[in-house]
Design a protein around this ligand. Structure first.
Ligand code: CTP
Length: 404
């Protein structure tokens, strides 16, 4: 049994000389135990026949969006739901441009739009096409949306030129999918993450909130999914698009977040409190407050501490990770929270002008009972992956039997 056993992989094959290598890829994916269904673009059929893929995958190849017979057998929505991973190999410059634009002008792009499964692209094209700014721009946007890129490799190309643009070898693609799919250090774990700010209503039109963008929590959710976890994200109001493959519960206030998190915490293996929860909330006026008075005093009441409540669960307590945003005494405050709230780990970051909130980079001081480390300034996506590795290590140290 390996990481790809029983995995439902929808393989998109686009037009390019490397399409012939996709045939070997299907053979190897099936050899690794995966179930494979193939969608070919019209251009791909100019390079390899659908019959080749039908024979190797053991299923009819899907070609057309508007083919009534095909839609009644396994339509595009059904295909999108069936897939646990959508892999496009080779992915042409054209398909990446169409995916970036969100087009649905053929079966493959339509299925990609409808699928919630992770999308993995293995590009293959002439090196100048790959290096073209238009392609690089498309790649950057797709990556920012959580699309995973495998390759391309460098070397001599079919056109005789040398450079980046070769399709990764099928064995390397299979190995990369296997390491994403099951062998990931978080494979099989259920992770609950809170993210973003909360909004505490003053009256029906006004609220108190904070500068949290939610980026760290969303980056953690994305990275956890990529490492094989099942992720639920409880999010305060943010401008971010939730990563695909993540279940999201949107909330507004600290009280809403408390309810949403506590309702799910008992089913989670790990809870990460990355939200910037308001510590105090005003008593909400039932009607819009008028500016009649020369001054106005808000009476703020302490909100429930979600993190402390999760850490205090007696039955089914998840491994509990807190965040600390500090303007001073970072390490002492983090250690204080670790002990004070009986946490398994605290990730602390400095906040202030231009650091911590609303920015893409961050640095973390991380501590746990008996240990500490520093993760230097890096994009939040990279920090999220590093922090999850620490969490996975500590979690597995506490649960040596599970998942081994
Ligand atoms: N947190 C929470 N519920 C609250 C407040 C905070 O779950 N009502 C969580 C946050 O998600 C974060 C951690 O607690 O993981 C932050 O700890 P907290 O003690 O609230 O930090 P500060 O407000 O910075 O604390 P203090 O000013 O007391 O140092």
């Amino acid at each position: 049994m390996n990481a790809l056993t029983g995995k439902k992989i929808l393989l998109g094959v686009t037009g390019g000389i490397a399409a012939y290598k996709a045939a070997e890829l299907v053979r190897q994916l099936r050899g690794a135990g995966a179930e494979v269904r193939v969608i070919m673009t019209r251009a791909a059929t100019e390079f390899v026949t659908p019959l080749t893929f039908q024979s190797l995958s053991g299923h009819p190849v899907h070609l057309d969006l508007l083919d009534a017979a095909e839609e009644s057998a396994m339509g595009h929505i059904h295909l999108a739901r069936w897939a646990e991973v959508v892999l496009i190999a080779p992915a042409s410059a054209d398909v990446m441009a169409r995916l970036r634009a969100g087009l649905a002008d053929d079966l493959l792009t339509t299925v990609c739009l409808a699928a919630t499964a992770p999308l993995v692209l293995a590009p293959a094209m002439n090196q100048a096409m790959w290096l073209n700014l238009a392609t690089q721009d498309n790649v950057a946007v797709l990556k920012a949306r959580g699309v995973c890129l495998l390759g391309p490799a460098e070397g001599v190309q079919a056109c005789g030129e040398t450079g980046p643009g070769r399709l990764l070898e099928p064995a390397a693609i299979v190995a990369a999918l296997a390491s994403r799919s099951g062998a990931g250090s978080l494979a099989g774990l259920r992770i609950l993450i809170s993210a973003g700010p909360t909004r505490e209503a003053i009256d029906p039109v006004r609220y108190l909130s904070n500068r949290s963008s939610g980026k760290m929590g969303y980056a953690l959710a994305q990275s956890a999914v990529m490492q094989g976890a099942t992720v639920v994200l409880v999010s305060g109001p943010t401008a971010l698009v939730p990563p695909s493959g993540v279940e999201v519960a949107q909330v507004q206030s600290a009280a809403d977040m408390y309810e949403a998190v506590l309702a799910r915490a008992g089913h989670a293996d790990i809870y990460i409190g990355a939200a910037a929860v308001a510590d105090y909330a005003p008593e909400t006026a039932p009607h819009k407050i008028k500016k009649d008075a020369s001054s106005l005093t808000l009476n703020l009441v302490k909100t429930p501490d979600i993190l402390a409540a999760v850490a205090a669960l007696t039955a089914s307590r998840p491994f509990t990770v807190g965040f600390a945003a500090e303007t001073q005494s970072l390490e002492t405050s983090a250690q204080g929270k670790l002990l004070g709230k009986s946490l398994d780990m605290v990730a602390a970051n400095q906040v202030g002008a231009g650091v911590g909130f609303e920015v893409d980079d961050n640095a973390l001081y991380v501590c746990w009972p008996g240990g500490e480390t520093r993760l230097p300034t890096a994009p939040k996506s990279k920090l999220a992956t590093q922090l999850l590795t620490l969490i996975a290590d500590r979690y597995h140290a506490q649960h040596p039997v599970k998942n081994s």
